[in-house]
Design a protein around this ligand. Structure first.
Ligand code: ADP
Length: 540
């Protein structure tokens, strides 16, 4: 017998209506390029998103067509997050940090029909306009307050002013596409993921969980992940659904500017990759008394593993990191967590070890680790490839020829990450399969070495890669950035590592560098490091 409940579709218009009706006065704060602050609210975002939906419909947008955005984190982008899907279209957030030719190629692959762009980003568009597919370009006045719109382009504000407030949503099914994002390509070519309305709505519920972002109407969230990186980790949708005050930093992502905004706006929730928080810690240590934060600030950190020392030191400043593992393909919440009640009395060191794990699976995200054909036990020791499935996990890529091998025969997504899972379900990432150092038949985790190096007081950043070796196939090489004014020798760092690692696991070379190359979303770009050190001459 079937249940007797309504078959009610999970779609974004319902979420937008909710934000407009229940939280009209909750603030959305955006920082402009000149650092002035624009204050608006969900009531206004609701009204303008619907006007945008009406304008796109007038321009002839058909269901399922892609509208690209090239915008910083600000309320105008938030309007597009709702306006495009509520018109039946798919918002494709372009990664504006990529090379212009790469942006053009991705826009062409996605078949983006329209583009909404911040006026301040027009110079970037100029570099690839000829190769881009956009039929219409809509310019939003983010920098100037009134957009000076080049010939042939449309003015966002004029479009919004033309229509009334009587927009009627088209028929949308919950499995229809709502937004689209390309993976940032840390390890391979970037691929497109289309998030359905249903996935985004269900994922928004998960953003309210204590073990994840813990969003609520009481909190102020400042996402430091760009809105083009997995929808700023779902924050625009989650915050609107739960009535969370939203602070959007615009293009100013340097640590001091972020801290100014964080303190000034009483931010209590944030998220971002570890490199962002490494910079913030550095600024706090240089000017300990300068910022009065709304502590404790709960920060969700993922993308790569935050080192324990980073967590420990940020704790002292009232910034508490919660670890989240996710991917563009998982919308992105996969696993998250923290300490369980019976761990509260554990010694501090043991607690940090738990917090350094990636946490347990979010509701409806199922995880398993595979070794060959079989599933590995949840013993916290046996590593294997992490596979996931769930309602907000991608079931395929958009139009990618060589994608079949990313899904198992029984439909799980193969993440390419190597992990262990313990008896309580805590996932611990050993490494990305491609980043494991394969030395003489043994695997060495680059992540463990990096984290321990970054625990050393003189080290700011460290990345470990496998470099071809005539005898051992690969051996680990560590690229290290020292803190300003700090000193350490290769021998000293190796001795430090030797306290925690077997001799054969230690990097054979520790090289001091000015900076570690980063991807467009702030991760260490190991592919580039590997190229840089490919011809390294090992001492025999
Ligand atoms: P890209 O694959 O291009 O880096 P994503 O942002 O989708 O783009 O990255 C997903 C990957 O990031 C995961 O497969 C994993 O390797 C890594 N990752 C994400 N979160 C964590 C974390 N908390 N700890 C370690 N690695 C992580």
């Amino acid at each position: 017998m079937r249940g007797t409940m309504m078959d009610f579709p999970l779609t974004l218009p319902v979420l937008l209506e909710r934000a407009g009706k229940l939280f009209p006065r909750v603030e959305v704060v955006s920082r402009r390029p000149d650092k002035s602050v624009l204050r608006t609210c969900y009531g206004e975002v609701y009204r303008r998103a619907r006007r945008l939906a009406a304008a796109l419909t007038r321009l002839g947008l058909r269901p399922g067509e892609r509208v690209a955005s090239m915008m910083w984190n600000h309320s105008g982008h938030l309007e597009a997050f709702f306006g495009v899907p509520c018109a039946g279209g798919i918002l494709h957030t372009l990664n504006l940090r990529l090379h212009p030719q790469e942006i053009a190629a991705i826009a062409r692959h996605a078949g983006d029909r329209f583009l909404i762009i911040d006026d301040v980003l027009l110079p970037t568009l100029e570099k690839f306009r000829e190769e881009a597919p956009f039929e219409r370009v809509i310019v939003a006045p983010y920098g100037s307050g009134s957009a000076s719109v080049p010939e042939g382009f449309l003015n966002y504000e004029e479009l919004l002013a033309e229509g009334g407030d009587d927009f009627r949503y088209p028929a949308i099914e919950e499995n229809d596409g709502a937004s689209m994002c390309y993976t940032s390509g840390t390890t391979g070519n970037s691929k497109g993921v289309i998030y359905s309305h249903r996935a985004l709505v269900l994922h928004s519920f998960a953003t309210g969980l204590e073990e994840s972002f813990a969003l609520s109407f009481r909190e102020t969230m400042m996402p430091l992940s760009p809105m083009f990186h997995a929808n700023a980790w779902g924050m625009p949708f989650g915050c609107a659904m739960l009535g969370t005050r939203l602070v959007l930093p615009g293009p100013h992502m340097d640590a001091e500017s972020v801290l100014d905004l964080m303190a000034g706006e009483g931010v209590s929730r944030s998220c971002g990759v570890p490199t962002v928080w490494i910079g913030i810690l550095d600024a706090l240590e240089k000017n300990p008394g300068r910022w009065k934060l709304n502590a404790p600030v709960q920060v969700v950190c993922g993308g790569t593993a935050p080192p324990i020392e980073l967590m420990r030191k940020l704790d002292r400043f009232g910034i508490h990191i919660k670890h989240l593992w996710g991917m563009t393909e998982t919308t992105p919440i996969g696993t998250c967590g923290g300490l369980r009640p019976h761990m509260q009395e554990w010694p501090e060191e043991k607690q940090y070890e738990v917090r350094a794990k990636q946490g347990w699976a979010a509701p409806f995200v199922e995880v398993r680790i595979m070794r060959g054909e079989g599933e590995a036990p949840w013993d916290g020791q046996t590593p294997g490839e992490l596979e996931v499935r769930g309602p907000w996990v991608a079931g395929q890529y958009y139009d990618a020829p060589d994608q079949a091998q990313r899904w198992s025969a029984d439909g799980w997504f193969k993440t390419g990450d190597v992990a262990t899972i313990d008896g309580e379900g805590y996932v611990k990432l050993v490494d990305r399969a491609k980043d494991l150092v394969k030395s003489g038949g043994e695997w060495i985790s680059s992540v463990d070495l990096e984290n321990t190096l970054m625990d050393h007081p003189a080290v700011k950043e460290a990345a470990v890669i496998g470099v071809p070796h005539p005898k051992w196939q690969e051996r680990p090489l560590a690229a290290v950035v020292l803190k300003e004014g700090a000193q350490a020798t290769e021998q000293e760092l190796r001795a430090y590592l030797a306290q925690s690692f077997a001799k054969w696991q230690l990097p054979d070379a520790i090289v001091f560098v000015e900076a570690i190359p980063r991807t467009s979303v702030g991760k260490f770009r190991k592919t580039e490091l590997r190229e840089q050190f490919a011809a390294w001459k090992w001492e025999s």
